[in-house]
Write a protein that binds this ligand. Structure first.
Ligand SMILES: [Zn+2]
Ligand SMILES: [Zn+2]
Length: 240
């Protein structure tokens, strides 16, 4: 936990979270972090209060103002953009290019064939506007099986493109799991541990993600959110 410098998957009361951006930033600072990324849902998922471009631009402005006031933590602007059933993204390219971090994830049509789902996600791995694929298999422990998907092909493409795969630390997800994370590490995929926090009380879930990463024999060098802010930003820039 001492190696973790930030959390790149966080929701707020702008979408379906419970805490404000500032509450999340202060909570993260209390944990000793240097940075967080605010990644609320895009509108198309059908989630109450998902953000369209107009509201997202307003949020980016609010984050900018907050960074002026806050000391000791940097808030990055981001989004968790929905990967639609046809593989297209829920926000236009111009919008994604304005953000520090773009997280993309599947939240619908999870019963597609393996071929279709693999093609759907591979297209996003190839997309230079996306940084991170979140909770790649979409499993929910005790509730939903992982989607049918050729994860080997996706990990290989991610390694080639410098795309980042998330190890989601939310206790009901832990996705990638230990075996997948270990294989991704072997293939040279960049990994990130994100909590998917929807409340300031969820930020400490990071430890569960760290536990899975350790089961996967990952070290700090394999996990991007152990990097200092400037180095992290350089990696994100380099992949765009
Ligand atoms: Zn999600
Ligand atoms: Zn999320």
């Amino acid at each position: 936990m001492g190696d973790i410098r930030g959390d790149l998957h966080i929701h707020t009361n702008w979408s379906d979270g419970h805490s404000s951006i500032e509450e999340m930033a202060v909570g993260a600072k209390t944990l000793g972090y240097e940075y967080i990324a605010i990644t609320d849902h895009s509108a198309g998922r059908g989630i109450a209060h998902g953000l369209d471009s107009e509201r997202l631009r307003r949020q980016v402005a609010e984050i900018g103002a907050l960074n002026e006031r806050l000391e000791g933590i940097r808030v990055l602007s981001g989004v968790e953009v929905d990967i639609r059933a046809d593989g297209s993204l829920d926000l236009p390219r111009e919008m994604l290019c304005e953000l520090d971090v773009v997280v993309a994830a599947v939240h619908s049509s999870m019963n597609q064939t393996e071929e279709k789902m693999t093609r759907r996600v591979l297209g996003v791995v190839e997309d230079p506007d996306v940084d991170i694929i979140a909770h790649p298999t979409c499993r929910l422990l005790g509730e939903r099986e992982p989607v049918a998907m050729d994860l080997e092909a996706i990990a290989k493409a991610a390694a080639r493109k410098g795309r980042i795969l998330e190890l989601n630390a939310f206790p009901s997800r832990l996705d990638l799991n230990d075996v997948h994370a270990s294989r991704a590490r072997d293939l040279g995929v960049k990994l990130v541990i994100g909590t998917d926090a929807h409340d300031v009380a969820h930020l400490p879930f990071m430890k569960f993600g760290v536990g899975v990463a350790r089961r996967a024999w990952c070290e700090a060098q394999h996990i991007l959110n152990t990097l200092p802010l400037e180095e992290l930003l350089a990696v994100l820039e380099g992949n765009r």
